[in-house]
Write a new protein. Structure first.
Length: 178
């Protein structure tokens, strides 16, 4: 059962499409994040229609998180900034996880859920291409998953960072960029 970019045993990962990254007034607004929303929404609809799991993994930090030594405070648990952007809200049956670091796998239940669902291939979308998308793609590849990153479904802080990360995912680590 192949549907578009989805294969048998696929799952769609939507990473950090939260207000603090998507909205212009967000704490760490990502240029282009609003523009990728329609692509991600379309993929989510396609996945749900084909019975493919949709999994959201969202930053959710404590107010004193050590990540704020690197990045300004963002996605603080319980704030509007940590909520999924309007128009991409999870639907009944979707999985929603929170994370405190760059990779969607680090100290989350993601791998357990993927194993339970029999997933072998992940399609990755969201922000930021060269940070959380890159870390998640690399962790997925290391764990033996087939990885597809949707170029029109990811955004970075700069075009240079975006291109570099996609090139690394595809040419160095063997992921697919479509």
């Amino acid at each position: 059962m192949a549907v578009g970019i989805f294969k048998e045993k696929s799952a769609l990962l939507i990473v950090d499409m939260i207000n603090d990254f998507v909205e212009e007034e967000g704490a760490l607004s990502v240029p282009g994040a609003k523009e990728i929303m329609s692509s991600i929404a379309g993929l989510a609809g396609e996945a749900r229609g084909a019975g493919i799991p949709v999994i959201y993994i969202n930053d959710s930090h404590d107010p004193d998180d050590e990540e704020f030594k690197i990045w300004s405070p963002h996605a603080i648990t319980g704030t509007e900034g940590a909520e999924v952007a309007q128009g991409l809200e999870p639907q009944k049956g979707d999985h929603v996880l929170t994370k405190k670091r760059f990779s969607a796998f680090f100290k989350t239940e993601l791998e357990d859920i993927l194993k339970e669902l029999g997933v072998e291939h992940v399609v990755i979308t969201g922000t930021v291409t060269n940070i959380c998308i890159f870390a998640t793609a690399l962790d997925a590849i290391i764990r033996g998953y087939s990885v597809t990153v949707v170029e029109e479904g990811v955004a970075a802080l700069s075009e240079e960072d975006h291109r570099f990360a996609l090139k690394q995912i595809e040419q160095v680590f063997g992921g697919e960029v479509v």
